[in-house]
Design a binder for this molecule. Sequence first.
Ligand SMILES: Nc1ncnc2c1ncn2[C@@H]1O[C@H](COP(=O)(O)OP(=O)(O)O)[C@@H](O)[C@H]1O
Ligand SMILES: O=C(O)C1=C[C@@H](OP(=O)(O)O)[C@@H](O)[C@H](O)C1
Ligand SMILES: [Mg+2]
Length: 160
Amino acid sequence: MGAGKTTVGKLLAKHLNKTFFDSDQEIERRTGVNIPLIFEIEGEPGFRSRESGVIADLANMDNIVLATGGGAILNAQNREVLSQRGTVIYLRATVDDLWQRTRHDKNRPLLQTQDPQEKLKELFALRDPLYREIADIIIDTSKQSVQNLVHQLEEKLAQL
Ligand SMILES: Nc1ncnc2c1ncn2[C@@H]1O[C@H](COP(=O)(O)OP(=O)(O)O)[C@@H](O)[C@H]1O
Ligand SMILES: O=C(O)C1=C[C@@H](OP(=O)(O)O)[C@@H](O)[C@H](O)C1
Ligand SMILES: [Mg+2]
């Protein structure tokens, strides 16, 4: 959360002339409600099930850039679908960057806790190895503008 998937993904799609999708936005479009309300009504398991459905559907499409939610990596089926069907980019960020980029946003239910910094630290420890497991490209986003990241990604993609 806060790595820049939605922001960088959207600009990357524009540069590559591909259609952009974001699994969270697609869930919101399909349900007509926002992510916090889905967590409130269905809990994290309900949200994860919707997320897997959306990722499986979108992975059937060609010529797209898909930004997932940060927790999509937790599910083995999602990892399998993403690695089989796509070129997986891991936008790596420090816990401090993630905190700075998410601290004023109330739309991430998992961070609405007493100690969101500790939560980000926990999630990073759990998820970093899983992202590494399927990433084709790993890019460090610290102190880099979104524009700059997109240029670097275009170069790295061309080299694959
Ligand atoms: N490289 C970056 N440098 C500075 N701010 C960034 C960078 N990438 C994203 N942001 C900002 O961080 C916030 C979270 O980005 P977002 O794209 O929603 O991340 P994610 O989808 O991975 O949770 C947004 O306000 C975005 O503008
Ligand atoms: O990391 C997570 O578990 C989540 C990340 C969010 O997406 P972003 O990574 O785009 O913030 C969103 O899917 C939901 O709040 C859960
Ligand atoms: Mg996002």
